[in-house]
Design a binder for this molecule. Structure first.
Ligand SMILES: Cc1cc2nc3c(=O)[nH]c(=O)nc-3n(C[C@H](O)[C@H](O)[C@H](O)COP(=O)(O)OP(=O)(O)OC[C@H]3O[C@@H](n4cnc5c(N)ncnc54)[C@H](O)[C@@H]3O)c2cc1C
Length: 321
Protein backbone atom coordinates (compact mmCIF):
# COMPACT_ATOMS: atom_id res chain seq x y z
CA UNK A 1 0.00 0.00 0.00
CA UNK A 2 1.33 3.49 -0.78
CA UNK A 3 2.18 5.91 2.03
CA UNK A 4 -0.13 8.79 2.82
CA UNK A 5 1.77 11.67 4.38
CA UNK A 6 0.25 13.53 7.32
CA UNK A 7 1.72 16.84 8.47
CA UNK A 8 1.79 16.69 12.29
CA UNK A 9 0.21 19.57 14.23
CA UNK A 10 2.13 19.78 17.50
CA UNK A 11 3.54 22.15 20.06
CA UNK A 12 6.88 20.43 20.61
CA UNK A 13 5.58 18.28 23.46
CA UNK A 14 2.16 17.10 22.39
CA UNK A 15 0.47 16.00 19.17
CA UNK A 16 -2.78 17.86 18.55
CA UNK A 17 -5.99 15.86 18.18
CA UNK A 18 -6.42 17.06 14.59
CA UNK A 19 -3.36 14.97 13.64
CA UNK A 20 -4.90 11.79 15.05
CA UNK A 21 -7.97 12.56 12.92
CA UNK A 22 -5.74 12.94 9.84
CA UNK A 23 -4.00 9.64 10.60
CA UNK A 24 -7.43 7.99 10.83
CA UNK A 25 -8.45 9.54 7.49
CA UNK A 26 -5.10 8.52 5.93
CA UNK A 27 -5.82 4.84 6.63
CA UNK A 28 -8.61 5.00 4.07
CA UNK A 29 -6.09 5.86 1.36
CA UNK A 30 -2.98 3.89 2.32
CA UNK A 31 -0.31 3.56 5.03
CA UNK A 32 -0.21 6.64 7.29
CA UNK A 33 3.21 8.29 7.54
CA UNK A 34 3.65 11.27 9.85
CA UNK A 35 5.88 14.24 9.02
CA UNK A 36 7.18 16.06 12.09
CA UNK A 37 8.72 19.49 11.58
CA UNK A 38 10.48 20.89 14.62
CA UNK A 39 13.67 21.45 16.54
CA UNK A 40 15.96 18.46 17.21
CA UNK A 41 14.36 15.85 19.48
CA UNK A 42 10.75 16.72 18.64
CA UNK A 43 9.99 13.58 16.60
CA UNK A 44 11.40 11.28 19.30
CA UNK A 45 9.06 12.87 21.88
CA UNK A 46 6.00 12.44 19.65
CA UNK A 47 6.74 9.09 18.04
CA UNK A 48 4.95 6.85 20.54
CA UNK A 49 1.65 8.70 20.30
CA UNK A 50 1.88 8.86 16.50
CA UNK A 51 2.53 5.10 16.35
CA UNK A 52 -0.45 4.50 18.66
CA UNK A 53 -2.60 6.21 16.04
CA UNK A 54 -1.30 4.21 13.09
CA UNK A 55 1.78 6.06 11.80
CA UNK A 56 4.07 3.36 10.40
CA UNK A 57 6.73 5.89 9.42
CA UNK A 58 7.66 9.09 11.20
CA UNK A 59 9.62 11.47 8.99
CA UNK A 60 11.65 13.79 11.19
CA UNK A 61 12.49 17.12 9.56
CA UNK A 62 14.40 18.73 12.40
CA UNK A 63 16.57 21.80 12.48
CA UNK A 64 17.42 24.52 14.96
CA UNK A 65 15.55 27.07 12.85
CA UNK A 66 12.38 25.02 12.24
CA UNK A 67 10.32 27.10 14.68
CA UNK A 68 11.67 30.44 13.48
CA UNK A 69 9.76 30.64 10.23
CA UNK A 70 6.14 30.40 9.21
CA UNK A 71 5.06 27.67 6.77
CA UNK A 72 8.32 27.38 4.79
CA UNK A 73 10.01 24.66 6.94
CA UNK A 74 6.84 22.55 6.67
CA UNK A 75 6.60 23.04 2.90
CA UNK A 76 10.29 22.11 2.53
CA UNK A 77 9.86 19.04 4.74
CA UNK A 78 6.79 17.79 2.91
CA UNK A 79 8.48 18.30 -0.45
CA UNK A 80 11.41 16.15 0.75
CA UNK A 81 9.10 13.51 2.22
CA UNK A 82 7.11 13.34 -1.03
CA UNK A 83 10.39 12.74 -2.87
CA UNK A 84 11.23 9.88 -0.47
CA UNK A 85 7.83 8.24 -0.17
CA UNK A 86 6.04 8.91 -3.49
CA UNK A 87 2.81 8.99 -1.47
CA UNK A 88 -0.74 8.49 -2.63
CA UNK A 89 -1.71 11.81 -1.00
CA UNK A 90 -0.64 14.44 1.52
CA UNK A 91 -3.08 15.38 4.30
CA UNK A 92 -2.83 18.65 6.23
CA UNK A 93 -5.21 20.18 8.79
CA UNK A 94 -7.46 22.86 7.30
CA UNK A 95 -6.21 25.56 9.66
CA UNK A 96 -4.94 28.95 8.51
CA UNK A 97 -1.33 27.73 8.62
CA UNK A 98 -2.22 24.33 7.18
CA UNK A 99 -3.95 25.85 4.18
CA UNK A 100 -0.93 28.02 3.44
CA UNK A 101 1.41 25.03 3.65
CA UNK A 102 -0.88 22.90 1.46
CA UNK A 103 -1.30 25.61 -1.18
CA UNK A 104 2.42 26.27 -1.42
CA UNK A 105 3.25 22.56 -1.53
CA UNK A 106 0.73 21.92 -4.30
CA UNK A 107 2.14 24.84 -6.30
CA UNK A 108 5.72 23.56 -5.89
CA UNK A 109 4.84 20.01 -6.88
CA UNK A 110 2.32 20.96 -9.57
CA UNK A 111 -0.11 18.79 -7.60
CA UNK A 112 -3.88 18.97 -7.24
CA UNK A 113 -5.19 20.78 -4.14
CA UNK A 114 -8.48 20.13 -2.36
CA UNK A 115 -9.27 22.27 0.68
CA UNK A 116 -11.77 22.01 3.53
CA UNK A 117 -12.45 18.30 3.12
CA UNK A 118 -14.96 16.88 5.58
CA UNK A 119 -14.75 13.33 4.24
CA UNK A 120 -12.39 11.25 2.12
CA UNK A 121 -13.18 7.86 0.59
CA UNK A 122 -10.82 5.05 -0.34
CA UNK A 123 -10.79 6.06 -4.02
CA UNK A 124 -9.60 9.57 -3.16
CA UNK A 125 -12.97 11.26 -3.64
CA UNK A 126 -13.26 14.11 -1.16
CA UNK A 127 -16.36 15.79 0.24
CA UNK A 128 -15.80 19.54 0.59
CA UNK A 129 -17.75 22.44 2.00
CA UNK A 130 -17.40 25.33 -0.46
CA UNK A 131 -18.58 28.90 -1.08
CA UNK A 132 -18.81 29.80 2.57
CA UNK A 133 -20.71 26.64 3.34
CA UNK A 134 -23.45 27.16 0.73
CA UNK A 135 -22.62 23.93 -1.09
CA UNK A 136 -21.24 20.51 -0.32
CA UNK A 137 -19.44 19.00 -3.31
CA UNK A 138 -17.55 15.79 -4.06
CA UNK A 139 -14.25 16.29 -5.87
CA UNK A 140 -11.25 14.30 -7.02
CA UNK A 141 -7.84 15.45 -8.13
CA UNK A 142 -7.27 14.77 -11.83
CA UNK A 143 -3.70 16.06 -12.09
CA UNK A 144 -0.78 15.00 -9.93
CA UNK A 145 -0.79 13.78 -6.36
CA UNK A 146 -3.65 15.10 -4.17
CA UNK A 147 -2.80 17.57 -1.42
CA UNK A 148 -5.85 17.67 0.85
CA UNK A 149 -6.64 19.91 3.80
CA UNK A 150 -9.08 18.27 6.20
CA UNK A 151 -11.28 20.21 8.59
CA UNK A 152 -10.49 19.47 12.24
CA UNK A 153 -13.32 17.48 13.77
CA UNK A 154 -14.43 15.82 10.52
CA UNK A 155 -13.05 12.41 11.51
CA UNK A 156 -13.31 10.55 14.79
CA UNK A 157 -9.70 9.87 15.82
CA UNK A 158 -9.20 6.12 16.28
CA UNK A 159 -6.21 4.39 17.80
CA UNK A 160 -4.50 1.73 15.68
CA UNK A 161 -1.23 0.78 17.40
CA UNK A 162 1.67 -0.05 15.08
CA UNK A 163 5.45 0.01 15.30
CA UNK A 164 6.75 3.25 13.80
CA UNK A 165 10.03 3.59 11.95
CA UNK A 166 11.76 6.97 12.25
CA UNK A 167 13.19 8.34 9.00
CA UNK A 168 15.43 11.39 9.03
CA UNK A 169 14.96 14.15 6.48
CA UNK A 170 17.60 16.80 5.99
CA UNK A 171 15.75 20.04 5.39
CA UNK A 172 17.54 22.70 3.35
CA UNK A 173 18.44 25.95 5.14
CA UNK A 174 15.44 28.29 5.00
CA UNK A 175 16.04 31.16 2.58
CA UNK A 176 15.73 33.70 5.38
CA UNK A 177 15.71 36.72 3.10
CA UNK A 178 12.49 35.51 1.48
CA UNK A 179 10.70 34.66 4.72
CA UNK A 180 9.37 36.48 7.75
CA UNK A 181 11.36 35.40 10.82
CA UNK A 182 9.49 34.82 14.11
CA UNK A 183 11.29 36.93 16.70
CA UNK A 184 9.25 36.00 19.79
CA UNK A 185 6.39 33.77 20.83
CA UNK A 186 3.89 34.38 23.59
CA UNK A 187 1.50 31.66 24.64
CA UNK A 188 -2.14 32.82 24.52
CA UNK A 189 -3.80 32.71 27.91
CA UNK A 190 -6.22 29.90 27.24
CA UNK A 191 -7.25 28.81 30.73
CA UNK A 192 -8.39 25.28 31.27
CA UNK A 193 -10.79 25.08 28.33
CA UNK A 194 -9.93 22.96 25.30
CA UNK A 195 -8.74 24.62 22.10
CA UNK A 196 -11.75 25.69 20.01
CA UNK A 197 -10.88 23.62 16.93
CA UNK A 198 -10.07 20.53 19.01
CA UNK A 199 -13.02 20.55 21.40
CA UNK A 200 -15.65 17.82 21.39
CA UNK A 201 -18.21 20.35 22.62
CA UNK A 202 -18.40 24.03 21.60
CA UNK A 203 -20.82 26.51 23.17
CA UNK A 204 -20.99 29.77 21.21
CA UNK A 205 -22.61 33.07 22.00
CA UNK A 206 -23.90 35.68 19.58
CA UNK A 207 -25.17 39.22 19.65
CA UNK A 208 -28.15 37.92 21.61
CA UNK A 209 -25.85 37.51 24.63
CA UNK A 210 -26.01 41.28 24.86
CA UNK A 211 -22.58 42.11 26.32
CA UNK A 212 -19.26 40.86 27.64
CA UNK A 213 -20.78 40.05 31.05
CA UNK A 214 -23.48 38.01 29.35
CA UNK A 215 -20.82 35.61 28.09
CA UNK A 216 -20.59 34.28 31.64
CA UNK A 217 -23.65 32.08 30.91
CA UNK A 218 -21.95 30.80 27.74
CA UNK A 219 -18.73 30.03 29.66
CA UNK A 220 -20.59 28.33 32.50
CA UNK A 221 -22.40 25.98 30.12
CA UNK A 222 -19.16 25.29 28.22
CA UNK A 223 -17.37 24.51 31.50
CA UNK A 224 -20.15 22.23 32.70
CA UNK A 225 -19.81 20.25 29.45
CA UNK A 226 -16.00 20.37 29.37
CA UNK A 227 -16.21 22.33 26.13
CA UNK A 228 -14.72 25.36 24.41
CA UNK A 229 -16.35 28.78 24.02
CA UNK A 230 -16.99 30.29 20.58
CA UNK A 231 -18.54 33.52 19.38
CA UNK A 232 -20.26 34.94 16.32
CA UNK A 233 -18.67 37.80 14.46
CA UNK A 234 -21.36 40.20 15.65
CA UNK A 235 -20.43 39.33 19.25
CA UNK A 236 -16.73 39.74 18.48
CA UNK A 237 -17.21 43.02 16.59
CA UNK A 238 -19.26 44.36 19.49
CA UNK A 239 -16.35 43.58 21.83
CA UNK A 240 -18.20 40.90 23.82
CA UNK A 241 -15.52 38.27 23.24
CA UNK A 242 -12.00 38.14 21.70
CA UNK A 243 -11.56 37.57 17.97
CA UNK A 244 -9.60 34.33 18.36
CA UNK A 245 -12.86 32.67 19.43
CA UNK A 246 -14.81 33.71 16.31
CA UNK A 247 -16.49 30.85 14.48
CA UNK A 248 -17.34 31.19 10.81
CA UNK A 249 -16.15 32.07 7.37
CA UNK A 250 -13.68 34.67 8.63
CA UNK A 251 -13.10 32.91 11.95
CA UNK A 252 -12.35 29.32 12.86
CA UNK A 253 -14.02 26.23 11.43
CA UNK A 254 -15.20 23.76 14.01
CA UNK A 255 -16.81 20.36 13.71
CA UNK A 256 -17.42 19.15 17.28
CA UNK A 257 -19.71 16.34 18.39
CA UNK A 258 -21.98 18.96 19.95
CA UNK A 259 -22.34 22.65 19.00
CA UNK A 260 -24.62 24.84 21.08
CA UNK A 261 -25.51 28.26 19.63
CA UNK A 262 -26.86 30.77 22.14
CA UNK A 263 -28.38 33.96 20.71
CA UNK A 264 -26.99 33.42 17.22
CA UNK A 265 -29.28 34.06 14.23
CA UNK A 266 -27.57 31.65 11.81
CA UNK A 267 -26.15 33.87 9.06
CA UNK A 268 -24.56 31.87 6.24
CA UNK A 269 -21.10 33.16 7.21
CA UNK A 270 -21.52 31.73 10.72
CA UNK A 271 -22.92 28.43 9.46
CA UNK A 272 -19.86 28.10 7.18
CA UNK A 273 -17.74 27.52 10.26
CA UNK A 274 -19.94 25.09 12.22
CA UNK A 275 -22.52 23.38 10.04
CA UNK A 276 -20.54 20.13 9.89
CA UNK A 277 -20.89 19.74 13.68
CA UNK A 278 -22.39 16.33 14.48
CA UNK A 279 -25.25 17.60 16.67
CA UNK A 280 -26.37 21.25 16.68
CA UNK A 281 -28.50 22.77 19.42
CA UNK A 282 -29.73 26.37 19.10
CA UNK A 283 -31.40 28.59 21.66
CA UNK A 284 -33.04 31.65 20.16
CA UNK A 285 -36.00 33.73 21.21
CA UNK A 286 -37.04 34.26 17.58
CA UNK A 287 -38.86 31.20 16.17
CA UNK A 288 -38.00 32.44 12.64
CA UNK A 289 -34.22 32.51 13.26
CA UNK A 290 -32.50 30.62 10.39
CA UNK A 291 -30.29 28.66 12.79
CA UNK A 292 -33.37 26.78 13.96
CA UNK A 293 -33.73 25.32 10.43
CA UNK A 294 -30.25 23.80 10.69
CA UNK A 295 -30.36 22.77 14.34
CA UNK A 296 -31.00 19.16 15.32
CA UNK A 297 -32.60 20.52 18.51
CA UNK A 298 -33.99 24.05 18.67
CA UNK A 299 -35.21 25.80 21.79
CA UNK A 300 -37.31 28.93 21.30
CA UNK A 301 -36.68 30.93 24.42
CA UNK A 302 -34.51 33.36 26.32
CA UNK A 303 -30.94 32.09 26.52
CA UNK A 304 -30.57 33.62 29.99
CA UNK A 305 -33.35 31.33 31.21
CA UNK A 306 -32.48 28.24 29.15
CA UNK A 307 -28.66 28.08 29.37
CA UNK A 308 -28.34 28.32 33.19
CA UNK A 309 -31.05 25.66 33.51
CA UNK A 310 -29.08 23.33 31.23
CA UNK A 311 -25.87 24.13 33.15
CA UNK A 312 -27.58 23.20 36.42
CA UNK A 313 -28.97 20.01 34.86
CA UNK A 314 -25.55 18.95 33.56
CA UNK A 315 -23.91 19.73 36.90
CA UNK A 316 -26.59 17.75 38.76
CA UNK A 317 -26.05 14.74 36.49
CA UNK A 318 -22.30 14.97 37.02
CA UNK A 319 -22.70 14.89 40.77
CA UNK A 320 -25.46 12.31 40.59
CA UNK A 321 -27.99 14.77 42.06
C1 LIG B 1 -17.58 38.75 4.45
C2 LIG B 1 -18.29 38.42 5.74
C3 LIG B 1 -17.71 37.51 6.60
C4 LIG B 1 -18.35 37.18 7.80
N1 LIG B 1 -17.77 36.24 8.62
C5 LIG B 1 -18.45 35.85 9.73
C6 LIG B 1 -17.91 34.82 10.59
O1 LIG B 1 -16.82 34.32 10.39
N2 LIG B 1 -18.65 34.47 11.67
C7 LIG B 1 -19.85 35.00 11.96
O2 LIG B 1 -20.46 34.62 12.96
N3 LIG B 1 -20.37 35.97 11.18
C8 LIG B 1 -19.68 36.42 10.09
N4 LIG B 1 -20.20 37.43 9.33
C9 LIG B 1 -21.35 38.18 9.86
C10 LIG B 1 -22.68 37.51 9.62
O3 LIG B 1 -23.19 37.92 8.37
C11 LIG B 1 -23.69 37.93 10.72
O4 LIG B 1 -23.77 39.34 10.75
C12 LIG B 1 -23.32 37.44 12.11
O5 LIG B 1 -23.05 36.06 12.07
C13 LIG B 1 -24.50 37.70 13.05
O6 LIG B 1 -24.14 37.32 14.35
P1 LIG B 1 -25.28 36.95 15.41
O7 LIG B 1 -26.05 35.80 14.91
O8 LIG B 1 -24.59 36.83 16.72
O9 LIG B 1 -26.12 38.30 15.48
P2 LIG B 1 -27.58 38.60 14.99
O10 LIG B 1 -27.75 38.26 13.56
O11 LIG B 1 -27.88 39.98 15.40
O12 LIG B 1 -28.48 37.58 15.81
C14 LIG B 1 -28.67 37.64 17.19
C15 LIG B 1 -29.71 36.58 17.53
O13 LIG B 1 -29.87 36.52 18.92
C16 LIG B 1 -31.25 36.28 19.20
N5 LIG B 1 -31.46 36.74 20.57
C17 LIG B 1 -31.42 38.02 21.05
N6 LIG B 1 -31.60 38.02 22.39
C18 LIG B 1 -31.76 36.73 22.76
C19 LIG B 1 -32.00 36.09 24.01
N7 LIG B 1 -32.05 36.78 25.15
N8 LIG B 1 -32.15 34.74 24.02
C20 LIG B 1 -32.09 34.02 22.87
N9 LIG B 1 -31.86 34.58 21.66
C21 LIG B 1 -31.70 35.91 21.61
C22 LIG B 1 -31.99 37.07 18.15
O14 LIG B 1 -33.30 36.55 17.96
C23 LIG B 1 -31.09 36.85 16.92
O15 LIG B 1 -31.50 35.73 16.18
C24 LIG B 1 -19.58 37.78 8.14
C25 LIG B 1 -20.15 38.70 7.25
C26 LIG B 1 -19.51 39.03 6.09
C27 LIG B 1 -20.16 40.01 5.15
Amino acid sequence: MPDVLVLVDQDGERVHKSTYELLTAARRLGEPAAVVVGTPGTAARLEASLARHGARSVYAAESAEADEFLATPAVDALELAVGEASPAAVLVSATTDGKEVAGRLAARLDAGLLIDAVDVDSSGVVTQVVFGGSYTVRSQVTHGMPVITVRPGSFEAEECPVRAEEKKLTPPPVAAAACARITARRRAIAGDRPELTEATVVVSGGRGVGGAEGFRVVEELADALGGAVGASRAAVDAGYYPHRFQVGQTGKSVSPQLYIALGISGAIQHLAGMQTSKTIVAVNKDPEAPILDLADYGVVGDLFAVAPEVTRGVAARRTGG
